[in-house]
Design a protein around this ligand. Structure first.
Ligand SMILES: [Zn+2]
Length: 115
């Protein structure tokens, strides 16, 4: 889990832009700034699970799979990823920087069933 923490911590805007594209990153930044990310939590495999309360409530999961960023979201993005995932990543990095505690998601967390 520690290694995935470090992978997230070392992410740069350039990395995010290469992964998601400029538009999604800038939309994700705005989504983060509107404080739409709720109940951020960790999965057992070092992923990040959150609700994003945007135009509707989305469940979002971001993790590293074989060293590559990977996301799932109930907005069913047509692209590689979506702005909700970017907002969740930013929220997570801010939590790490502020040393805020992030709870572990329960195995029966509703979001696992939605994704
Ligand atoms: Zn989404």
């Amino acid at each position: 889990m520690t290694s995935s923490f470090n992978q997230f911590r070392e992410l740069t805007w350039v990395d995010l832009t290469l992964w998601a594209g400029k538009k999604i990153v800038s939309d994700g930044k705005e989504c983060y700034q509107r404080k739409e990310v709720r109940e951020i939590s960790l999965t057992k495999t070092g992923g990040i699970l959150a609700w994003v309360d945007a135009e509707e409530l989305f469940a979002t999961l971001v993790e590293y799979d074989d060293g590559e960023l990977y996301s799932e979201c109930t907005c069913h993005p047509v692209e590689n990823t979506c702005m909700h995932s970017i907002a969740v990543i930013i929220e997570f990095i801010v939590h790490l920087k502020k040393k805020l505690e992030i709870p572990e998601a329960k195995s029966n967390d509703r979001r696992f069933y939605l994704l």
